[in-house]
Write a protein of this length. Structure first.
Length: 230
C-alpha cells in the first residue's frame, strides 16, 4: 500500500523487483495506492479501498486494515502483505508454504504476548472481513482504545500463527552490532533471514549511507542494502 508522499514510487518499484527475484511461484503484485504515477507497468495498481480512519494519523498503519475490504473480492488464494520499507534478502516462497490461516511476524518488542508486527503478514483472500467491519463501525473508539492497528489485528483475526523468528528480522533489533561498535562495525544479515524490516528509522536509503535521523547513535554505511534493495 502506498498513499500520500512519504514514500515515492521508487519504493514500489524496488519492492516489485525484490519479489520478482525472490518468489518463484506465479503471483500477482498489487499496489493499493492513491497515485499510480511513476510505478512500473508490471505492477497492478488499484485504488485504496474505502475505510473510516476517524482521528488516526494520516500515515499510521490503520489504513492497512482496508486490505481486508470486499472491494478486493477479485483477489483469491493466499495474500501476502509487505510493507514498502523492507528489504528482501532471500527466497520468500516459504512465506506462502508456511501453515496457518493468518501468519504474521511476532513483534520483536512484545514476544510472548501474542502481538504481531504487520510489516509482513499473510491471510486468505476474502477472510477476516468482520475485522474491518467492526473497525469501521466504531473507528473513533477503537483508535482511542488500541495502541496501533497491529495489536487490534492480532487480537481480532482469531488464531494467529507467527513466522519462524529467523525469517523476518528487524534491522534495529537483529542486524545492528552493540551500540559502542556501531560506528565501526557494519550491520549484518542474520542467518536464515528472508526479510529485513526497517520499522521506524532509519529507512533503507539512510542506512545505506550510514545516516540515522534523529539519533545520536553513529551508524556505519550498510553495503548489502545496495545489493538487495534495487
Amino acid at each position: 500500500m502506498r498513499w500520500g508522499d512519504r514514500y515515492g514510487p521508487d519504493y514500489v518499484n524496488r519492492l516489485f523487483a525484490m519479489v520478482a527475484r525472490h518468489l518463484a511461484a506465479p503471483h500477482r503484485f498489487v499496489c493499493l495506492t492513491d497515485d499510480p504515477a511513476g510505478i512500473r507497468s508490471e505492477v497492478e495498481c488499484r485504488p485504496l479501498p474505502a475505510i473510516e480512519l476517524a482521528d488516526a494519523p494520516p500515515h499510521s498503519g490503520w489504513r492497512k486494515l482496508s486490505c481486508l475490504s470486499p472491494e478486493l473480492d477479485d483477489l483469491d488464494g493466499p495474500v501476502l502483505f509487505l510493507d514498502l520499507d523492507l528489504v528482501i534478502v532471500a527466497s520468500i516462497d516459504c512465506l506462502f508454504a508456511h501453515p496457518g490461516a493468518f501468519c504474521i511476524i511476532e513483534n520483536w518488542t512484545q514476544r510472548g504476548r501474542g502481538i504481531g508486527n504487520s510489516s509482513v503478514f499473510r491471510f486468505e483472500a476474502g477472510a477476516h472481513r468482520a475485522v474491518l467491519q467492526r473497525f469501521c463501525a466504531d473507528a473513533a473508539e477503537i483508535v482511542r482504545s488500541w495502541p496501533n492497528e497491529q495489536t487490534y489485528l492480532s487480537r481480532s483475526v482469531g488464531e494467529v500463527t507467527f513466522w519462524p523468528q529467523s525469517w523476518c528480522r528487524s534491522f534495529k533489533h537483529d542486524c545492528l552490532p552493540a551500540r559502542p561498535l556501531r560506528p565501526f562495525r557494519e550491520a549484518g544479515i542474520p542467518q536464515n533471514a528472508r526479510v529485513i524490516v526497517f520499522h521506524g528509522e532509519p529507512k533503507p536509503p539512510e542506512a545505506a549511507r550510514g545516516v540515522w535521523p534523529q539519533s545520536l547513535t553513529g551508524l556505519r554505511p550498510v553495503s548489502w542494502i545496495a545489493e538487495h534493495w534495487r
